[in-house]
Design a protein around this ligand. Structure first.
Ligand SMILES: Cc1cc2nc3c(=O)[nH]c(=O)nc-3n(C[C@H](O)[C@H](O)[C@H](O)COP(=O)(O)O)c2cc1C
Length: 401
């Protein structure tokens, strides 16, 4: 990735992670990328213009109504002269102002006045990130073509855990490289159908059968396929993840609903069936809550098989996606079960993973897969689910030509 000679306008807003923007400047400068920093008023509480001036070797801008700044370089010229605008960290507040088209300080005026690519690196408390207002603002920004990196999941300064941590500076650097590189969109014009998450099979109006799937791998695949230019329909069971940007999400609960949503989404060039679909459902879910009667035996739940979504779509005749990818979560004999599943379900690839206790894969953030195709079984090294997703998306793009 070459950033030499490129010019980045780095907007730092007022979040606790603002100190990491100093490291980002260092990484950009190491690659001979020119950086001009703009701080919001709140950001000045976290990092000083002096540190940024020393690291960027450029004047730092903070105020819209600064006579000296306007005479040296007007605010419009400031955004015009950059190759890209990067907001890192991006607070919930600046994202809201960007989504609303508000220009009430130098940073937001520059963001509204630009026609250059914009990347945001959100960082905030997990509840702020998951708040409906922020979710809606992010969807608005994504629809306008604003690129996003992160946030990461993990422990935060506010002693909470979840999505909201600023992406690490090397990841932001990589995203800036991708933003400035000519876009590689090999899946442009293709439609991808992806399933994700668990299913919930009702026992009665308040109880259900479920599994430990988090939806992380399926959601990451949907995002990775969209990043390569595909139009993506994501059919998701109940998960607590934000919708991937630029993806059409169909929310379902049961296996039967998931199959109906998949059928409705066809035709597709590729189908990736990453959801952990319940094999069985309760034959007759009670219409009223089952009551616990003292002394009475517990209710017996008769189960009946659910439709096999993977096999059904793989046998969909003219509507069959050209490439059908199934997932196999196994606790033993991974390769044998995966190869057998490939034949039995009529799919083209099986992504097998070991979900035994102790691997931390089911519900976790990493994955270690065995990719089984007609050519054989290929073990992939353990990596984050995002990296596995990017690898699979690249393979899918290559397979579809
Ligand atoms: C100690 C402290 C830490 C903060 N950290 C964050 C943060 O990480 N993310 C965020 O969205 N807001 C954070 N805020 C709130 C913002 O500073 C506040 O919303 C401010 O108005 C943001 O202004 P700006 O977007 O113009 O920079 C923090 C506030 C304080 C006092």
């Amino acid at each position: 990735m070459s950033l030499a000679g490129k010019r980045v306008l780095l907007i730092i807003s007022g979040g606790i992670a603002a100190y990491k923007s100093l490291e980002l400047v260092r990484l950009l400068r190491q690659r001979s990328c020119a950086v001009t920093a703009v701080l919001t008023e709140a950001a000045e509480q976290f990092v000083t213009p002096l540190s940024l001036q020393a690291l960027t070797e450029n004047p730092v801008h903070t105020r819209l109504f600064s006579l000296t700044d306007e005479s040296r370089m007007g605010h419009i010229e400031l955004s015009r002269s950059a190759d890209a605008l990067v907001v890192a960290p991006a607070t919930a507040n600046i994202l809201a102002r960007m989504a609303g088209g508000i220009a009430d300080d130098l940073a937001t005026t520059l963001l509204l006045a630009t026609d250059k690519p914009v990347l945001v690196a959100p960082a905030m408390n997990v509840r702020m990130w998951l708040h409906a207002a922020t979710v809606a603002n992010m969807a608005t920004l994504a629809a306008r073509g604003v690129a996003v990196v992160g946030p990461d999941e993990g422990a935060m300064a506010c002693n909470e855990v979840g999505p909201g941590r600023l992406a690490e500076p090397p990841a932001i650097l990589q995203a800036i490289g991708a933003l400035l590189a000519p876009a590689a969109r090999p899946l442009e014009g293709r439609h991808a159908l992806v399933t994700s998450g668990p299913t919930h099979e009702p026992i009665d109006p308040v109880r259900y059968l479920a599994n430990r799937a988090s939806g992380r791998q399926g959601h990451a695949i949907a995002a990775a396929l969209a990043a390569l230019g595909a139009r993506v329909t994501l059919v998701s069971g109940p998960v607590s993840l934000p919708d991937p940007t630029g993806v059409a999400v169909r929310r379902v609960e049961t296996a039967e609903q998931m199959l109906a949503a998949c059928r409705a989404a066809l035709p597709a060039d590729v189908g990736v069936f990453a959801a952990a679909v319940a094999d069985w459902r309760v034959a007759r879910a009670a219409e009223r809550k089952l009551k616990k009667t003292p002394g009475a035996a517990p209710p017996e739940l008769a189960l009946t098989p659910n439709p096999d979504i993977l096999a059904t779509i793989a046998a969909a005749g003219p509507l069959r996606p050209r490439l059908v990818v199934g997932f196999a979560a196994e606790t033993h004999d991974l390769a044998r079960h995966a190869e057998e599943k490939l034949r039995r379900k009529g799919c083209d690839w099986v992504v097998a993973n070991d979900v035994s206790e102790g691997t931390g894969i089911m519900g976790g953030t990493e994955n270690e897969i065995l990719l089984v195709t007609a050519a054989g079984a290929e073990p992939w090294p353990r990596a984050s689910k995002d990296e596995v997703a990017r690898g699979l998306a690249a393979r899918i793009a290559a397979a579809l030509g």
